[in-house]
Design a protein around this ligand. Structure first.
Ligand code: DGL
Length: 280
């Protein structure tokens, strides 16, 4: 899969929905000369509760779609898809592929003072133990606690307003972590950085929150640079980026523009294998 790549080719970024925009925001900041092609599978979001096979199949469908355009790198900006499909995607494409789990684990190790790291994510991510393995590979002495927080993605999707109800959902979701005296917490789901301030208030100032978006982008720069694929020249014009969604373009655009602070062009995309029975 994928065309012959060149410096002018785009960086493909995919997610189950809007969460991967946290990575796009970092890429716009750190790599303004690069063109982004984003795919959000909003119609079938969330991936978190789905069986592993299904997540792998959906992810490969998106990769195939994006590979119809010239790409020079691919970022799986979804923790669930990274945890369950990264190896398979790497086997299928001939450009560098980055996930968000390894960069997130490396970022946590950099900031953790006492080696007491928490991980929150979807059921799929936590069930895969991908973070735990990535963390322990780097430092086997770490104390790691993982927790699935299925109620948080709907909280973000519903507009992430802070009110009594959202505070209650957060308090109940994060309660099991309190007794572990964590010093850092990996936001192991691309949606969570969008409610980072609420999570931080709930966890307290002694817990540093880690979002993998920044570290993933730093690693992307390293990879592009080592392949001689970093583009020189002027910053990209906003119109050069393309956002595809399997869901409603208007809803996607409104979240994207609010989060990215710029106008974006969103197109509705139909994945060939998509049928109504897959919509969750
Ligand atoms: N993007 C997903 C992730 O980072 C969260 C939303 C979902 O469950 O699809 O795991």
């Amino acid at each position: 899969m994928t065309h012959q790549h060149s410096v002018e080719s785009a960086i493909g970024i995919l997610d189950s929905g809007v969460g991967g925009l946290t990575v796009v925001r970092e890429v716009f900041q750190q790599l303004p000369k690069e063109k982004v092609l984003y795919f959000g599978d909003t119609l079938r979001c969330p991936y978190g509760p789905r069986p592993s096979d299904e997540v792998r199949r959906f992810t490969l469908e998106i990769v195939r779609y994006l590979s119809g355009h010239p790409l020079k790198a691919l970022v799986i900006a979804c923790n669930t898809a990274t945890a369950l499909a990264l190896d398979e995607v790497r086997r299928q494409v001939n450009v560098p592929v980055l996930g968000v789990v390894e960069p997130g684990a490396r970022a946590a190790i950099k900031v953790s003072q006492q080696g007491r790291v928490g991980v929150i994510g979807t059921e799929g991510t936590i069930r895969s133990s991908a973070y735990e393995r990535a963390l322990k590979r780097i430092d086997p002495r770490l104390y790691v606690v993982s927790l699935a927080c299925p109620a948080l993605v709907p909280l973000v999707e519903s507009g992430r307003e802070e009110n009594e109800n959202s505070r209650k959902i957060l308090r109940e979701s994060l309660a099991p972590l309190k007794k572990h005296r964590l010093d850092s917490l990996i936001l192991g789901c691309t949606h969570y950085p969008l409610i980072a301030s609420m999570i931080s208030r709930e966890m307290g100032s002694g817990v540093t929150l880690i979002s993998s978006a920044e570290e993933t982008t730093r690693e992307l720069i390293g990879i592009l640079s080592s392949h001689g694929l970093l583009r020189q020249g002027p910053a990209r014009h906003p119109e050069e980026h393309h956002f595809f969604t399997s869901g409603r373009p208007e809803a996607f655009r409104s979240i994207a523009e609010r989060w990215l602070h710029r106008r974006v062009r969103v197109e509705h995309a139909v994945l060939s294998a998509l049928d109504e029975s897959q919509v969750g």
